[in-house]
Design a protein around this ligand. Structure first.
Ligand code: USQ
Length: 406
């Protein structure tokens, strides 16, 4: 297949582009390189040394003989460029990662809220609009988030996208319907993915677009089979307070002798998936497109759930690190349970990678290898969800220590 990978320079986009290229597909990355600009804005860099996208694709070609093509396009702002590219290239499938993906970044200031909404919603809408305008029947696979559901704790399993409901009619009968699971976003970033869902629902219904939405959990790990092949194919690894996600942050913190930073009681339960499984799921989704005219296909792209404090204790047990409980900069439930249905990918053949000491140690080793690149002052998570919370959160991590356990 000819596949456009939108946002193919990012944390999941890059290993996906390599995985699909390795599987024999013709890959075109469309990216505005905004993630690299945001690193510059925040004064941080990936733990792993990343080459330019052109250099990365050159090395991939030298290693495998396969070409990955790169096109510098801003999907949210350059509608005509995007439309012309799609018209000229007519891909069979489009994988859409091209959104600002960090919840803390989206909550930093009013400017960051505006940027995240404008960028994410416009990128998605421009793409859908162009597909319709060009009569392009490409299968659209979008990377969504488990966060659209809001980590429900009602004691029932979260279904894969749709909730069967009974609605009482005026005649007193009960009519059954499947509705999108009620959206309950916890940040501006998560809210944009809820808005994406509605855009998809409309365009599938109105124009018959074939769309798959992947509700992904928190990704951990860094390498895939392809990124291991050469030092310069390495994936990015974020550890800073805005872009670093919880498990990867704990692993780098363990590697540099920084206390593991649990927010609140650490009773938050979240869904997780290894980066290798993430790219496999995208390939499985591409192989199983919905029929034209059918509703949006939704998968829960996660393999395990874990409580944040259990993860911290597990890594502390492996590495001897200290765990600290910090005032939570986010507005979120202090404790929640999370039961998630995820049979659909398993039925398609996914054999999940689970959290094991071996794998975690391997990542601590990567973290140790590049520990010299870490700026410790960028480790604290200081983006607060409300002005009230901001007033209470001391930005000095040592000063924020409430209670520590070893
Ligand atoms: N947390 C800590 N300590 C830290 C960092 C985070 O206790 O040092 C806690 C947070 O308060 C939160 C949980 O860990 O309760 C998860 O935070 P996270 O930063 O790992 O994940 P999140 O902000 O939810 O976002 C990430 C990705 C996002 C994706 C989402 C999937 O950045 O793109 O959509 O995970 S999900 O969480 O399932 O919504």
């Amino acid at each position: 297949m000819k596949i456009a990978v939108l946002g193919g320079d990012g944390f999941v986009g890059w290993p996906t582009a390599l995985h699909l290229s390795d599987a024999g597909h013709e890959i075109h990355i469309l990216d505005n390189l905004s993630r690299r600009w945001i690193d510059t804005e925040l004064g941080v860099q990936s733990l792993t040394p990343m080459d330019s996208i052109q250099e990365r694709t050159r090395i991939w070609h030298a290693q495998t003989g396969r070409r990955i093509h790169f096109h510098l396009i801003d999907l949210a702002r350059d509608y005509e460029l995007l439309k012309n590219w799609l018209a000229d290239n007519r891909p069979d499938a489009v994988v859409h990662f091209a959104e600002q993906r960090a919840a803390p970044y989206s909550m930093k200031t009013d400017r960051h809220k505006n940027y995240t909404v404008n960028n994410n919603v416009n990128a998605t809408h421009n793409l859908l609009n162009a597909l319709v305008e060009l009569d392009l029947d490409a299968h659209l696979v979008h990377l969504g988030t488990m966060g659209v559901y809001g980590y429900s704790t009602v004691g029932a399993a979260i279904p894969e996208g749709y909730l069967p409901v009974g609605i009482e009619t005026v005649a007193g009968d009960t009519v059954s319907q499947d509705i999108l699971y009620p959206a309950n976003p916890g940040s501006i970033y998560h809210m944009t993915k809820c808005l994406d869902q509605l855009l998809f629902q409309f365009y599938a219904k109105n124009d018959g677009l074939r769309i798959t939405d992947l509700h992904q959990g928190i990704v951990w790990g860094t390498h895939t089979e392809q990124t291991r092949r050469h030092e310069q194919l390495v994936n990015r690894f974020d550890y800073d307070g805005d872009y670093g996600t919880v498990l990867n942050r704990f692993l780098i913190q363990a590697a540099i002798g920084y206390p593991l930073t649990v927010h609140g009681t650490g009773g938050q339960t979240r869904a997780f998936i290894h980066i290798q499984d993430s790219v496999r799921c995208i390939e499985l989704a591409l192989k199983n497109p919905p029929q034209r005219g059918s509703r949006v296909e939704i998968f829960n792209q996660m393999t395990q759930t874990h409580r944040v404090r259990d993860l911290a204790q597990m890594i502390a047990g492996m590495t001897g690190s200290e765990v600290i409980f910090l005032p939570n900069p986010r507005k979120e439930a202090a404790e929640n349970d999370l039961i998630v249905r995820n049979e659909k990918f398993k039925l398609l053949g996914l054999d999940p990678i689970t959290l094991e000491n071996g794998l975690l140690s391997e990542i601590v080793d990567i973290a140790k290898k590049y520990a010299y690149r870490v700026d410790r002052s960028r480790v604290p998570a200081v983006s607060a969800w409300t002005k009230d919370i901001a007033a209470k959160v001391d930005h000095d991590p040592e000063g924020r220590r409430l209670k520590s356990v070893s």
